[in-house]
Design a protein. Structure first.
Length: 124
């Protein structure tokens, strides 16, 4: 599964760096964005297999990003993993509409992230 492309969007540099490094070390191709709008533009160019996005970002939230991507037929089946502050929950309708398959609360362990990525990609 390591040949898959993953788009990681987070406005926190240290999260972006740690997540990218762990995914690259696991053999994935990783592209990164620092806000929702940049992530949207990169998704259109790169057509990733999976999106990992923070919920709270400038210019477009992670939820808005997921919902906007789902309006494009190319991303109809692309799964997403949402990163959020501890205790934050999304409505089931929002997660379904955005293709969000997993929610991970910060802080999370790299092992937990890799397990979620493998599980979501296996089910895609």
């Amino acid at each position: 599964m390591g040949s898959k492309t993953i788009l990681v969007a987070d406005d926190e540099t240290h999260i972006l760096n740690v997540v990218s490094l762990k995914l690259k070390n696991a053999g994935f191709r990783v592209i990164t964005a620092r806000d929702g709008q940049e992530a949207f533009e990169l998704a259109l160019q790169e057509n990733p297999d999976l999106l990992i996005t923070d919920h709270n970002m400038p210019r477009m939230t992670g939820l808005e990003l997921c919902q906007k991507l789902r309006q494009d037929a190319r991303f109809d089946h692309m799964p997403a993993i949402m990163l959020s502050a501890r205790g934050f929950q999304l409505d089931e309708n929002d997660t379904a509409a955005g293709g969000i398959r997993r929610m991970l609360s910060k802080p999370f362990s790299p092992r937990e992230l890799l397990a979620a990525v493998d599980q979501v990609l296996a089910a895609a």
